[in-house]
Design a protein around this ligand. Sequence first.
Ligand SMILES: Nc1ncnc2c1ncn2[C@@H]1O[C@H](COP(=O)(O)OP(=O)(O)OP(=O)(O)O)[C@@H](O)[C@H]1O
Length: 268
Amino acid sequence: MLEIVNLRKTFFHGTPNEKKALQGVNLRLEEGDFVTVIGSNGSGKSTLMNCIAGVFPPDEGQIKINDVDVTKMSEFVRARYIGRVFQDPMKGTAGDMQVEENLAMASRRGQPLSLRWSADASRKETFTQLLKELDLGLENRLTTRIGTLSGGQRQAITLLMATLVKPQILLLDEHTAALDPKTAEKVLMLTKKRVEEGKLTTLMITHNMRDALRFGNRLIMMHEGRVVVDVEGEKKKNLTVQSLLQMFERASGSEFSDPEALLTTPAK
Ligand SMILES: Nc1ncnc2c1ncn2[C@@H]1O[C@H](COP(=O)(O)OP(=O)(O)OP(=O)(O)O)[C@@H](O)[C@H]1O
């Protein structure tokens, strides 16, 4: 469960470049909620994720993960609760380490640090099985250095790593945006599988409205640092791009301005 109360964040406070990135975000995710997040450019989506992950502190407000107040907890300590996948496939894995060393490291999340990342035979078998399910030809490449893999292969492994030990919150920040459409689809289907199997509480930012509609049980739209649309269940299932845009315009009083989303989304 994630609970966010009146979250506010301003960058360059009191200067001509002042940016009010979050202006009072209130959001509660129940256990197992899979929420897609869309919004205009600069509406605060990444800032919200960065505040949840502890990259920087909010100016005001409170963040609780499963009733633990993490608002003032460092990013490093908070990482034991959070799985995160970024847009950049280079970010989530250690490029100089082997595939199995990366997976072994991820399987120790929340445990004391150790210099030994080696995997025993039964864990090797588990890793091979997980890699096989990715269907990206990685099952026989446990000892390959991650840095030599393609972006899509790396991103799929990052997703496995983020979910190997069940995170209390999974944060996906446009994690398929840098991939070619076919690989992006594979990683999205893997995301759906991992989230549903693990009943993971998940926030997924996307610029693709179609993806925002077809994944998850709930959808939120942000505008100028606030959540302006929040739809779930049957109501979300029945949404179309057109009805979503109308909802956004009614709630925000302005037109939806994300050229990337509008370009990549068919108008039905
Ligand atoms: N580290 C930072 N330093 C200064 N300003 C920032 C920083 N991060 C975000 N901002 C500003 O805060 C506002 C919200 O940015 P944010 O990246 O959260 O929006 P977003 O909804 O993720 O946008 P996009 O869809 O374009 O990625 C923007 O005006 C942005 O320029």
